[in-house]
Write a protein that binds this ligand. Structure first.
Ligand code: HEC
Length: 312
């Protein structure tokens, strides 16, 4: 399964046709198809309507802030950009965006994808700036994911930049800080995922305390790497999509105290694997499309973890 790369991504592996302009190429799509549900709170029939999922797509700052669940656009990374995931779902998927009307066209999706790959820059465009000031005020609203990562950062010293640079050379990993002041790391393998296997992750064990996001998507890793990832005490996001991970591999994740999001899209996971996830009480998002799980197995996990959002 792991060599099955979605067509959209193949199409974009070629040279980009010039720079994408957010204002010219992306904003018209958001404005016409998304903003209706993802804009600033407004009153209708005396009731306050809030943006869906806490996500506003009507201003640059709001787009980069993301939703109640965290960032939805990660510059240069389609696989980590929830927004891209939602617009490329199959048209009959409950979670496709927009949820009504025709799906976005191929060229609209491609513009958005290229914009993300190009670094998700807004140029001079700002869009709506209300709410930005509000969050800077004294009673600031701090998004849930920010609070969450703050709690993981407690007592953790940042590793020297030179170590990350060196390790990233040896293992071909992209190693980034979560944000410039955070000691936590976001690690992924993007340029040559096919050449990545268990050995590469083993080379990163020196970072185990610091890695909070790990993408092994579409790499050649096996359960061995999952057992290594199970030893990353601050791991919160793990992407195993289209890898050869098995049910027994997942049992290594049950001790991770902070795991929030797990992507198993396109793997051979069955209900047995779901059972192994039952102890993961913090888990809030689980991607299961293209796996071998059954409705009954999913329902059992959902009963055990009622706050978990399962995407199938
Ligand atoms: C008709 C209303 C509607 C429209 C139009 C709409 N959305 Fe949504 N969107 C929703 C709702 C409702 C949710 C929450 C779904 C849930 O949590 O189950 C959502 C959730 C999302 C999320 C997930 C946020 C998260 O972190 O879970 C993203 C990303 C998103 N929308 C992007 C878009 C984009 C991009 C467009 C336009 C192409 C769009 N939406 C158009 C209603 C809409």
């Amino acid at each position: 399964m792991k060599n099955h790369i979605p067509i959209m991504i193949l199409a974009m592996a070629g040279p980009l046709l010039g720079q994408v302009s957010f204002e010219k190429d992306v904003w018209p799509v958001f404005e016409a198809r998304c903003v209706e549900c993802h804009r600033k709170p407004y009153e209708e029939d005396g009731r306050l309507k809030k943006p869906k999922a806490g996500l506003r797509l009507d201003g640059a700052w709001h787009i980069m802030r993301g939703s109640d669940d965290g960032p939805i656009v990660v510059a240069e990374r389609l696989d980590a950009s929830t927004l891209y995931h939602h617009i490329t779902l199959p048209s009959d998927d409950d979670d496709i965006m927009p949820p009504k009307g025709a799906p976005l066209s191929k060229s609209q999706i491609q513009s958005i994808g290229n914009w993300i790959l190009d670094g998700a820059s807004f140029g001079d465009w700002k869009g709506a700036t209300d709410g930005v000031v509000l969050e800077k005020a004294k009673d600031q609203y701090v998004p849930k994911h920010v609070v969450y990562f703050k709690s993981l950062e407690n007592g953790l010293e940042a590793l020297p930049e030179s170590l990350s640079t060196q390790l990233s050379k040896v293992s071909s990993a992209s190693i980034r800080r979560l944000h410039p002041e955070s000691p936590l790391l976001d690690v992924g393998f993007f340029t040559t995922p096919n050449e990545i296997g268990d050995q590469q992750l083993a080379q990163l064990m020196g970072l185990r305390e610091h890695v909070t996001k790990l993408s092994l998507a579409r790499t050649g890793v096996t359960d061995k790497s999952v057992s290594l990832a199970g030893q990353f005490p601050h791991l919160s996001y793990l992407d195993l999509r289209q890898t050869s991970v098995t049910d027994s591999g997942l049992s290594h994740l049950s001790n991770l105290p902070h795991l929030v999001s797990l992507n198993l899209y396109g793997t051979d996971i069955t209900d047995l694997g779901l059972k192994a996830l039952m102890p993961c009480e913090k888990l809030r998002k689980l991607y299961l499309s293209g796996t071998r799980v059954t409705d009954a197995g999913v329902a059992r996990l959902q009963r055990k973890l009622p706050e978990l959002k399962i995407v199938r």
